[in-house]
Each structure stands twice: as C-alpha cells, then as structure tokens.
Design a protein around this ligand. Structure first.
Ligand code: SAM
Length: 303
C-alpha cells in the first residue's frame, strides 16, 4: 500500500501567531482555517489536555490531512466554513470560545494537488472549489460569466491592469468554440494576450488571474465579511482574542475596518505584523502575509 500523501504546507508566522494569541492551558480555541493543522498542532500544545480545539475547513481533503496529524481527543474537526462557526459551535454544545485564528486563503497542499486546478500546472479540470460539491468551478465561470463580469473580478480581486484584454481574449476563445477546461488551456489563452506565462511579466499576469478566479469561485470575501461583522463578535468570550492572517489587500482592509469599526474591539496590532526576512527566505509564501490581532471587550466603559 502506498503511504498516504504527506502535507507540504508550512504554517506562516508560527511564532507571531502564538505571541498574539496569548494562549494558556485550558482555553477553548477555534481554528477557522484548519488546513493541514500546522498552527493547530502548536495551539494544542499550548492549551494542553484541559483545553479544547475546534478546527474547521471548507475542504474535506484538508480535514483528512489534519486528522492524520492531530489525533488528540480534545480536538474536533468539522467540514464547514468559518462563517458558519456560530451554528457549528451551537451544534457542538460550545457556548463561546477564548481564541479564534483565521489563516485565510489557500494551502500549499491544495496548490500541490494537480487535480484541483489551483496551480498553473494543473493537469486536471480547472476546478478551484474548496468544497468540490458546492457552487461553480473556475472553468464553468470562464464559460458562463459575461466578459464584463470576468473583467470585474480580474480587476477587483487580481488588481490586474490588463483585466479587459484578458476578458476579451477569453470571450474570443469562447466564440471560436474553445472551452477553457484546464490550467494549461487558461495559460495558453493568457499567453496569446499577455506574453508567455513561463517568463515575467506573463507569470505575474497569470498569478493574478488564477488568484482572482479562486476568490470568485469560492466567494471568499463574502465569507470573510460575514465572519468579521456578524459572527466573530457573537462567538468570542469577553476578553477573547482574534488573530487573522490575510494574503490579499482586500481581505486585510476588511479585517482592519472591522476591528476599527466596532467599539467592542481593542486593536492589539497597531500596524499589521509581517513575516521576518528569515522566514520569507525559507517560506516565500509568507511574504505577502499580514497578521492583525484584536481583543473583544464589548462592555468596556468609555470605549
Ligand atoms: C492558509 S491555509 C491554512 C493553513 C493552516 N493554518 C496550517 O497551519 O496548516 C487556509 C485554509 O483555509 C481553508 N479555507 C478557506 N476558506 C475557508 C472558509 N471560508 N472556511 C473554512 N476554511 C476555509 C482552505 O481550504 C485552506 O485549507
């Protein structure tokens, strides 16, 4: 029997996550983006046997990775979006939590799976859904959405200056009856318009287009916004801390505005925390990461 695949994801800013979470033994912690459980394994050590960890992920593949790694009986894993965590906690009989960690976006394990369509070299269908049973795949979006809608997501989520040219090229391909089914098809289409994706600047355009598609496919900003505004304040105990790592400027802005926009939050990180150069050298994925932390103090007088 071949060995089960091993997780390749390296958790971002592990030291800083622990520093800002300020964990202690016995706490109840929600890891809303469990992934392969890298951060969660550190959290479990810090909260000890008397603590409790609830780990959520939209992607069933990531739950499998995490369950192989973390077998402690005080850890519960559920396939769900963090934006549904109020409901999940209720079902688990947990009234509120002391700490919440969100490490947004994509894991290196999802990127590495060529059948999921997240990476440039995706040989399988261009899917990109975190939960493959939910919503529209990336290739369906490229087939069905109007050119102006595609231009909007490339511009808004990818900040791609050539958004209109890329959307027009996809439209031309569709009119020629050539569907974009794989990552390679999409790269070929981008190559016709914006230069060879094997070289700069073609690679930069491809990175932005793939990222914007993934955000659109999974409606990622909607989940972040719901979590920040409607859910987090209802699931944290008074004095509880939320630590959120973003990889996209739109997400980081949502986090910053949510923490500033409600009197119940005391912002702990005046400016976002970034990975140290030594970490970026070992784990280049950490380069764009921005960590913000805030404490939930809903009834502080004068705040
Ligand atoms: C950067 S990875 C997390 C890695 C994890 N912190 C670790 O150390 O292994 C982000 C994870 O969040 C998951 N994810 C993305 N959106 C989600 C959502 N709305 N709810 C729950 N999980 C989500 C992805 O499937 C992915 O596994």
């Amino acid at each position: 029997m071949p060995d089960a695949p091993r997780a390749v994801h390296i958790p971002v800013m592990p030291r800083e996550v622990l520093q800002w979470l300020r964990l202690s033994a016995g706490q109840v912690v929600l890891d809303g983006t469990l992934g392969a459980g890298g951060h969660s394994s550190l959290i479990l050590k810090a909260i000890g046997d008397k603590g409790r960890l609830i780990g959520l992920d939209r992607d069933p593949m990531m739950l499998e990775f995490a369950s192989q790694k973390l077998t402690q009986t005080n850890a519960t894993f559920v396939r769900a979006s963090y934006s549904d965590s109020a409901e999940i906690l209720r079902q688990l009989g947990v009234s509120a939590v002391d700490r919440v960690l969100l490490d947004l976006g994509l894991s290196s394990d999802q990127l590495a799976d060529r059948q999921r369509g997240f990476g440039f070299d995706a040989g399988g269908p261009l899917d990109m859904r975190f939960f493959p049973k939910e919503g529209r795949s990336a290739s369906e979006i490229l087939e069905e959405w109007s050119e102006s809608e595609l231009e909007r997501i490339f511009l808004e989520y990818g900040e791609e200056p050539q958004a209109a040219r890329v959307a027009a090229a996809i439209g031309r391909r569709r009119r020629r009856g050539q569907a974009i089914r794989t990552g390679e098809d999409l790269l070929a289409c981008l190559g016709e318009t914006c230069g060879n994706p094997g070289t700069e600047p073609g690679r930069t355009v491809a990175t932005r287009i793939f990222q914007s598609l993934r955000i659109a496919v999974n409606d990622e900003l909607k989940h972040v916004e719901k979590m920040l505004t409607a859910v987090l304040p209802t699931i944290l105990n008074p004095g509880g801390i939320a630590v959120i790592i973003s990889f996209h400027s739109l997400e980081d802005r949502l986090v910053k505005n949510a923490f500033k926009g409600h009197h119940g939050w005391q912002v702990l990180t005046k400016t976002p925390i970034e990975a140290m150069p030594a970490e970026v050298r070992i784990n280049p994925r950490s380069r764009p990461a921005k960590l913000r932390a805030a404490q939930w103090l809903p009834s502080q007088p004068g705040r």
